[in-house]
Design a protein around this ligand. Sequence first.
Ligand SMILES: Nc1ncnc2c1ncn2[C@@H]1O[C@H](COP(=O)(O)OP(=O)(O)OP(=O)(O)O)[C@@H](O)[C@H]1O
Ligand SMILES: CC(C)(CO)[C@@H](O)C(=O)NCCC(=O)O
Ligand SMILES: [K+]
Length: 239
Amino acid sequence: MLVLLDVGNTRSKYVCITNKNRSTVNYIENNQLNEAWLSQTFEHADRIFLANVNNEQFTEVIKGWAKRKAITFKQLQTQQQQFELQCAYQAPSKLGIDRWLVMLAASQLFPKKACLVIDAGTATTIDAISPLSQHLGGWILPGIDMLYHSLINNTQKIIADKSVQPSLALGKNTSECVNNGAWAATVGAIELQFQQLKTQFDEIEIVITGGNGCKLSSQLAYPHHIFDDLVFIGMQRFS
Ligand SMILES: Nc1ncnc2c1ncn2[C@@H]1O[C@H](COP(=O)(O)OP(=O)(O)OP(=O)(O)O)[C@@H](O)[C@H]1O
Ligand SMILES: CC(C)(CO)[C@@H](O)C(=O)NCCC(=O)O
Ligand SMILES: [K+]
């Protein structure tokens, strides 16, 4: 059994692959990620691939556990070039591995197409890929929750409740103004990057993933594809 584990800033996600069959995506709080949990959850593992954008302490725990259990451990890292994809960063190792993996997934799913790849998690990342599989660069924005909390935490008179339903409507009270503003900033950035790409490429595939992916999808007027397992499609390419 091959384990694919993605340690994010808010939580971790994993899938198990047995005989080419991939499980659905499972979620776990980062503070539960310890040796006991690993042993219990991945009893039948013989290989584990790790993507970690959080503290290196998580890598040490997982690597140590794998070593003791004689499980093959591989930490994935952003490269200048991987498969068909070329990284836009001059220092590729600085680009978050989660961004790289969702781009590798999009470029496999939509070969020879320009792609706008959006991961709406703790942060929202928006990355562009050319039809020749060149990463053109991207943007990192505070995620929806972070946009909301940064206003609440840094002002006196912004007193609001977190809304459940996303909306782009003009707010008529503080809560609506703050919540809808966070969505507007996010959707607006995506539409702007789409318009910029449109000047270069006729056909653009918009690919969305992340904890806020479904809500984002409901607010985006442009046609798009949404996946809950995009990072794992990217990781599976290394198997
Ligand atoms: N059940 C949930 N638990 C935690 N966050 C959730 C949940 N459902 C939706 N979210 C939203 O998803 C965000 C986290 O997204 P995701 O799970 O993609 O995190 P992440 O991988 O840690 O983020 P990043 O990749 O940016 O580090 C939270 O900020 C929250 O707004
Ligand atoms: C942007 C996040 C936080 C998104 O999870 C992650 O990809 C990360 O920590 N990246 C490092 C900085 C960069 O990608 O340039
Ligand atoms: K992520």
